[in-house]
Design a protein around this ligand. Structure first.
Ligand SMILES: [Zn+2]
Length: 299
């Protein structure tokens, strides 16, 4: 599933194709793939919802949410869900779209004629959200999204963790608390911070939260540098896969030795997601039995 680094890489790879460019026409191939803001009159044509006729003025991202802002004020949010892919074919060579392509855009000729952008999402957990302005995007949808994880400050994170007794791993996945971290980067950040995934969020010391905020930012920034993680089918707007998965220390590595200490990595299920961690580097009761047999036995 694309997380913040993959969505940010998509944004960066889309910008050269889209900024300042006119969307000549747009086709919504599945009407239930686009959620329409109440600000639009009922029955607004799909092309209008998908920014047809407008020039793309800006691209915005918070967490895993990406939005295109048009010069006439209209805004279209793209969410990739589990398997969404946005691809630009500058030569217009998009093969005949299959049933998983839910939206298509024809782009203006300021670059080259006939360029096509497609949104493909086989599992359909993603979607489009159409708004008449940036203000309505924020007031109707992004208002419930937490602060962006790429720039999270320790003070902000501390204040958002202190009221929840949920496990820290579960809390980091809550997009209303912190936006952009999913299963991969939550496991990687907790490993880097040496924090056990099941510890209650509000019990973390301020020093631990300082470290955690730091490693969340650096883990995400490093993943962006590596062009994101490609596990199954993620690729950017040009079809380029990422290489961040080669840097994963714990995610998907349950049963393998810890890269730091050699202890066998353990996998458990938390909030219906597989969580992998090192029982020695991430003790359940830090300070009481540092990396000792007792804390390991309590797993
Ligand atoms: Zn370890």
């Amino acid at each position: 599933m694309p997380e913040l680094p993959e969505v940010e890489c998509l944004r960066r790879s889309l910008e050269p194709h889209l900024l300042g460019r006119r969307i000549v026409s747009a086709e919504l191939r599945r009407s239930d793939f686009c959620t329409v803001s109440p600000g639009y009159p009922r029955g607004s044509p799909p092309g209008e919802l998908l920014l047809a006729g407008a020039v793309v003025k800006a691209m915005h991202r918070v967490g895993k949410h990406l939005a295109l802002e048009a010069d006439d004020g209209r805004v279209l949010e793209i969410h990739l869900g589990m398997s969404g892919q946005v691809r630009v074919h500058e030569d217009g060579s998009a093969e005949e779209p299959d049933r998983h392509v839910h939206a298509m855009w024809r782009l203006g000729r300021d670059h080259r004629a006939g360029a096509v952008m497609t949104l493909r999402d086989p599992r359909r957990f993603g979607g489009l959200w159409a708004f008449r302005s940036l203000e309505t995007l924020h007031s109707e949808r992004w208002c419930v999204v937490g602060p962006d994880a790429l720039t999270i400050e320790a003070q902000t994170l501390a204040s958002r963790l202190q009221h929840t007794s949920r496990a820290i791993k579960t809390t980091l996945l809550d997009q209303a608390i912190l936006a952009g971290v999913g299963n991969i980067y939550a496991d990687e950040a907790l490993f880097a911070a040496g924090i056990h995934p099941q510890r209650p969020a509000r019990r973390l010391s301020r020093a631990e939260v300082d470290v955690l905020a730091n490693v969340i930012r650096s883990t995400l920034a490093n993943a962006i540098q590596a062009k994101g993680s490609t596990l199954r089918d993620y690729a950017d707007a040009n079809g380029q896969s990422g290489e961040s998965q080669l840097m994963h220390h714990v995610y998907g590595r349950g049963g393998e030795p810890c890269s730091r200490c050699g202890t066998v990595l353990k996998s458990i299920v938390l909030a219906q997601r597989t969580t992998t961690f090192c029982p020695a580097c991430q003790p359940r009761n830090p300070g009481r039995t540092p990396a000792g047999t007792r804390s390991r036995a309590r797993m």
